[in-house]
Design a binder for this molecule. Structure first.
Ligand code: ADP
Length: 983
């Protein structure tokens, strides 16, 4: 700054002092200053001096008044402030005393000062001084020549420029820094004008942009480097940049050779002092390598995550405080998280599982972290998002960082819920199976009387095992659909229900299920629809139940059930199967028990029947001996010579009676034997029931009359409507047996025989007013050898077979028999036979009429083929009245030859059993000679197929021995009529 001449008025320069060394100037200045001060104090102008000083002191800068040698004659307050001292401390001192030698060029300072002294031309220089507290200070000093109270002096003003210098230094450094920075930056720095034209590009030394040489770039538009795909966004971002800083953005940059470089570009706006935008600055960083590395990393991370997500394991890792650092997808899923990232920062206490579970997990973590030892195959439960418990097989080990220090735990686990459930199920099933084996084995040799107690024990054991509160067994009748509770087991505090469950109807759905052998399984009764099942179960407070049918021969004979009253209970398929096995075992036990009971009954019955048979034999012996006795006895008496005619008649009558009685016994025995041997067959034919009743009536009429009994008939159907298809002989046998009994067991009163017609059957009855049958005996009398009075002192004769035979016959005919009696007076026997297509048959009636007719035939030529003399004589006696000739043959062959000799023979009575040749064979041969001769077979066997054999052999009919004269005549009569009718 040029020195202002006006100031010279105050500090006037006083000539020059050329050639003076700096040191001499300063020292002379100091001396001059002292002298001046002395003078001043001695002058009267002190006031003026003070005023002058006051003026100097108002100047903030430091002012030094120096003599020629530079010694401070006076200084203002600014100088004292600059040196952090008092003015007096400086006055008399030389700049050399306060300067920093190594930082100042004193010679130059002295030279400049001398030059000012001599020329009066002010000079400026910088001077490093040390202030009084030791600090350094840089001053900018301007030295002038002036006059100080009449004395030439150097007047120096100094300004502290320490800070300014520092700032200057730092600015320079900064500039240097930026220059170097820009040079060494690996980034390309581009400055553009507001239009985007490049005006500056840094001279990078290590950059990755050798493609962009300065000359190539300057003058081009920044956007021309951006790849076409990113151009739109680049333009948009440039626009946005004016609104707010955007931060780095990634673009593909195309170099001049067309090579694409992946770049991160950070752009910003440059403003002038007035905040007007002047252009843009862009920093381009080549991030190709980073991108590549990122891609690699991403790929490897992705691969790692992929692996973690695809292994069938749950993986997680936690830090030292058991805070999750990461996990795989599986783990995230079980935690209810949508991605593995969400687990980061969470702890087990933030998860769905229970606090105790979290406590356990964390305690294991901490143990591992502390010990550094992993724990493997920890089987533990864990609550899932759906509230269900899963079973885990967990492996946990310490997680090490790259320095080998434990940084947390790494855990993997497998969900073994299914396996564990299967194991538990198998275990449960094994236990149940063992229990069943144990239970079943107890039944193998159990005495029948212990079965009930054992069933109760089994019910208890099974119920306890499956956790049921009540177990029951019902018997069930499929036909009535009625069931009753037979056995019950109740857990403690559970109300027994057995009394409420007698003779109850089975709900339809149960019946349906049981009929197919299926169980009823209701896991939760409250879910049942309204209906009978619910109505039955709810009052019993049943929550769950299972009921299994007991099946025998494809029929449900009962069921066994288990109720859960306290809590819900589910039964696995296998449990159901095993319970089914037990239920079936119950069936077998029941059947065994039943069959053992039946056996006992059968044994008792066999014993009884043995006893009866013994009684029967005794009886039989009586029944046969008695008439035999009569026959032989009276036969012997007949031999006596002096018998009167009436006596003879009487004896003969008694012999006949005894014979008839014996025949009846023998007939019964034969019938029952045939029934027992299964030889009895049914020969259905059109039968007129009215006629049958009438036969019986006429047969028994004389006996009834003789006994003083009235015999009454009741045949409501007209003759032509009273025809049924049945076995007439059997019907007749049944009827005559009942009538015979009615007469036998009645001393007086009426015996009524009749029937009534029902839609598809005829109900016959034989009613008497006799001794009656006690109620308790009524069901027994139809069994063989049973008589109401079995004692030896019986007052009625009979073998006890008649009703048994009647019942067996009626069974064969499809009918039934029963008795009604008050046990005191009278009995009524009812029996039925089916009559589906009853219709009158003309031919039948006609033949019957003929049979009924009296023997109208005369002058017959008869051949009796009979080896037995008595039988021959009997037949001869019966037939003599109507025969003009009776021939006899004793063998079959003889019969053939007699007939051959006497073709005039009308009728042959052929005994089937003869020596030499039997009657059937003889008939066959006679038939070869004549088709017309009437051959009637006579048999003594009384067997069912006699008739068939006879007809087959060619006989016209057959008759059982002993020959009934009436029947024989009727038969011959009928056959002769038939013969006449046939051309
Ligand atoms: P029996 O040959 O002994 O009569 P049944 O089988 O015909 O054999 O009868 C069995 C028993 O039934 C008889 O012994 C008799 O005690 C009783 N009984 C049968 N019919 C009558 C009846 N009408 N009145 C009373 N008791 C009868």
């Amino acid at each position: 700054m040029p020195f202002d001449e006006k100031d010279k008025g105050t500090v006037e320069p006083q000539g020059s002092n050329e050639g003076v060394s700096g040191r001499s100037i300063f020292s002379s200045a100091i001396q001059g200053h002292r002298k001046g001060l002395d003078e001043a104090s001695n002058t009267a102008d002190d006031l003026t001096r003070q005023t002058y000083l006051d003026v100097l002191n108002t100047i903030s800068e430091a002012v030094y008044i120096q003599d020629e040698n530079g010694t401070f004659i006076d200084v203002n307050e600014g100088a004292a402030r600059m040196y952090k001292c008092r003015r007096e401390d400086l006055i008399g001192k030389n700049p050399l005393d306060v300067g920093i030698a190594e930082k100042n060029d004193y010679a130059e300072v002295a030279r400049l000062s001398a030059e000012v002294w001599h020329t009066g031309v002010p000079a400026a220089f910088e001077f490093w001084a040390r202030h009084f507290d030791g600090g350094e200070i840089l001053k900018e000093v301007i030295v002038n020549k002036g006059v100080y109270f009449g004395r030439p002096v150097l007047i120096a003003t100094a300004r502290d420029i320490t800070e300014r210098r520092k700032a200057e230094i730092s600015r320079q450094e900064r500039e240097e820094f930026y220059r170097k920075l820009l040079m060494n930056l690996p980034d390309l720095v581009i400055r553009t004008d507001l239009q985007g034209t490049v005006v500056y590009v840094n001279e990078y030394s290590h950059g990755s942009f050798p493609q962009f040489s300065k000359s190539d770039v300057i003058g081009r538009n920044m956007l021309s480097f951006i790849a076409a795909e990113d151009l739109e966004i680049a333009i948009e971002n440039t626009r946005k940049m004016f609104e707010k800083p955007l931060g780095p953005k990634e673009y593909r940059v195309v170099d001049l050779e067309g090579k694409v470089i992946e770049c991160e570009i950070n752009g910003d706006i440059l403003y002038d002092m007035q905040q007007n935008p002047t252009g843009m600055v862009y920093v381009l960083r080549d991030i190709s390598e980073r991108k590549k590395a990122e891609r690699e990393l991403f790929r490897s991370r992705e691969m790692l995550q992929l692996i973690l997500d695809n292994i069938p394991l749950y993986v997680f890792w936690k830090d030292l405080n058991s805070v999750f650092l990461g996990c795989n997808n599986n783990f995230a899923k079980v935690c209810g998280l949508s991605s593995p990232d969400e687990v980061i920062g969470k702890t087990d206490y933030d998860m769905v599982w229970k606090k105790e579970e979290a406590d356990f997990f964390v305690s294991v973590d901490q143990r591992i972290i502390k010990s550094g030892i992993g724990e493997y195959h920890i089987i533990e439960p864990q609550t899932r998002t759906d509230g269900k418990t899963s079973w885990l097989d967990t492996n946990k080990g310490p997680l090490y960082d790259s320095d080998g220090k434990i940084m947390g735990v790494l855990g993997t686990f497998l969900d073994i819920t299914d396996r564990r459930m299967a194991e538990e199920q198998i275990l449960q099933q094994t236990r149940l199976r063992e229990l069943l084996v144990e239970i079943s084995s107890t039944y193998i040799n159990i005495p029948i009387e212990s079965v009930e107690a054992e069933i109760a024990r089994s019910m208890n054991k099974l119920s306890q095992f499956v956790g049921a509160d009540r177990c029951y067994i019902f018997e069930y009748d499929e036909t009535t659909n009625i069931c009753s509770n037979t056995h019950e087991w109740c857990g403690e505090g559970i109300e027994p229900q057995i009394d409420n469950l007698q003779s109850i109807e089975l709900p339809e759905e149960w019946r349906e299920a049981f009929s197919h052998g299926n169980p009823i399984y209701i896991p939760d009764v409250s879910f049942l629809p309204e209906g009978l099942t619910k109505d039955i179960l709810e009052p019993q407070q049943v929550i769950s139940l299972i009921v299994l049918p007991m099946i025998h021969n494809n029929r449900c004979i009962g069921f066994m059930g288990f109720d859960s009253v306290r809590s819900k209970h589910t039964y696995s398929d296998i449990e159901q199967q095993l319970l089914k096995v037990f239920t079936q075992m119950l069936v077998n036990i029941r059947l065994r028990k039943q069959s053992e009971e039946d056996l006992i009954k059968a044994k008792e019955k066999a014993e009884e029947s043995d006893r009866l048979k013994m009684a029967f034999l005794a009886n039989m012996s009586h029944e046969i001996r008695t008439p035999m006795n009569g026959i032989l006895g009276f036969a012997g008496l007949l031999k006596e010579a002096n018998l009167s005619g009436s006596q003879r008649e009487e004896y003969i009558g008694l012999i006949e009676k005894s014979g008839a009685r014996m025949l009846s016994v023998i007939n019964d025995i034969i019938s029952i034997s045939k029934i027992e041997a299964g030889l009895m067959t049914v020969n259905d034919a059109e039968v007129n029931v009215n006629e049958q009743i009438e036969y019986v009536y006429s047969f028994f009429k004389p006996e009834a009359v003789a006994k003083g009994l009235a015999l009454v008939l009741n045949t409501p159907l007209p003759a032509d409507a009273a025809v049924v298809s049945t076995d007439g002989e059997k019907l007749y046998a049944v009827l005559s047996n009942l009538v015979k009994n009615a007469i036998t067991y009645s001393a007086r009163g009426v015996v009524e025989i009749g029937y009534r017609k029902e839609p598809d059957r005829l109900v016959f009855f034989v009613k008497d007013e006799g001794i009656g049958i006690p109620k308790e005996k009524q069901s027994m009398i139809f069994e063989r050898f049973i008589q109401v009075d079995n004692s030896n002192t019986r007052s009625y004769e009979g073998a006890g077979l008649g009703l048994a035979i009647a019942k067996a016959y009626l069974d064969m005919l499809g009918g039934s028999i029963s008795v009604e009696s008050d046990g005191i007076k009278g009995s009524t026997f009812f029996f039925t036979i089916p009559c589906s297509n009853a219709k009158a048959k003309q031919a039948f009636s006609q033949r019957s009429e003929h049979q009924q007719a009296n023997a109208s035939h005369q002058n017959l030529n008869l051949l009796v083929a009979e080896d037995d003399e008595i039988s021959f004589r009997l037949i001869s006696k019966i037939m003599e009245q109507c025969c003009k000739m009776i021939l006899r043959a004793k063998t079959g062959r003889e019969a053939i030859s007699v007939y051959a000799e006497h073709p005039e023979i009308d009728v042959i009575l052929m005994d089937v059993k003869m020596p030499d040749m039997d009657g059937y064979e003889a008939t066959r041969r006679i038939r070869k000679i004549s088709k017309h001769v009437i051959v009637i077979a006579q048999t003594a066997y009384g067997l069912e197929n006699d008739y068939e054999l006879a007809i087959k052999a060619g006989c016209n009919d057959y008759m059982a021995k002993p020959i009934d004269p009436t029947a024989l005549h009727a038969m011959i009569n009928s056959l002769l009529e038939e013969k006449k009718a046939t051309p």
